[in-house]
Design a binder for this molecule. Sequence first.
Ligand code: AMP
Length: 446
Amino acid sequence: MFSSLNLDPQILRAIEEEGYTEPTPIQAQAIPHVLAGSDLMAMAQTGTGKTAAFTLPLLQRLLPHASTSASPARHPIRALVLAPTRELAIQVEKSVETYSRHVPLRSTVVFGGIDIKTQKPALMKGVEILVATPGRLLDHVESRNLMLNQVQILILDEADRMLDMGFMPDLKRILTLLPKQRQTLLFSATFSDDIKKLAQDFLVNPVTVEAERRNTAAETVTQSVLMVDHDNKFSVLADLIRSRGLKQVLVFTRTKLTSAQLARKLEREGIPSDAIHGDKTQLERIKALDAFKEGKITALVATDVAARGLDIDQLPLVVNYELPTNAEDYVHRIGRTGRAGASGEAISLVDGEEERRLVEIEKLLKREFPREHAKVLPASRSSSSHRPAKPAAHVYVKKTAPVDDWFLKPYEPSPAAAKIAEQPSSNPDKPKKQIAALLCRPPAKN
Ligand code: AMP
């Protein structure tokens, strides 16, 4: 129970208001160590409740410094959370806001892709908890908008992703700006050699917790494989969406090009879709994600990099349109459904050339998937456009677990997502309005 974790009643109140009844495994394991002041290496993926696993004890440890004073000097940055992507940084900060709503500790988030000046006022007022992407954090350091010399707790969230994305030099620079005496928590979905090296540089005698083994994270997800020729994948996907009357599906492709093309093709087929991939700007990505969360688009087509850190509550179905090159990415992908104990489903459309990848995935998961064959009617309907949605019987997916009737309910955005959607004007992502300026002097009088 949360009540046995030695958390302040005001923090417990916020947890209760969120409707959490008991800690997730990663929370139950990590919170006592963080409260005891230990450095921590936690193997946990998005969806396991890892954000609360570090935020709740972090708030508890900062409580003695909580202050209602307006003076910025009373609100130095005491906790720094580093995250690889803007989306994750925003989500983490929303969680911090949620869990800290009854305690006088301030937080804000900074990330790249928007005008740095818009982030300065919140920093100048003073915040105890700063969530940041590494590059933008260093921009603020250079602009002298913040000081990191009072940071007591450093959190590296999705550390493996930060390394994948090439943030190691930035992390090393940030490290030189932090006090040596501090607590460091590292969260990662994998404990690769690179992560272990990073831990050596950043952590001191860390406690290791591993609530859910990487390869069993998907226990709540029903997984199936549909063998289908490459050329028929599109019609199978379109029919899957129609026949199930899906309102929300996350579709993964391996390349940016396929993701853009597939989203366009689905659109032409009358299925509202958008793509998020590395060539899209942060603003485009966040707009697509918001539209997806609000139910304005049915299919969000994503590449692995772009999908990192996405928190979409209760996403019923993930489709692997193409299997990932890296088997571990399969685990990340399907982790977008079946989150925090809810059941979910993942379907992989696999052509003959991808079988090798499927075998790699099976080795990693230590299980074999039955190869079902997608039945595609000779007259594929994929070429005609704007047809009304109609149930199709020719896509057959054998279930390995019963369908939860929760799948049949429409998607409801999380309270956090709904809040963001309600407040577009407060979205820091909004670009500044362009103002035309005359670059000549006004005509002289007389
Ligand atoms: P995270 O792994 O931090 O991205 O969290 C995944 C989801 O689990 C978020 O939507 C949280 O709101 C939710 N969550 C976190 N802790 C709990 C809990 N103890 N009980 C139920 N849901 C939780």
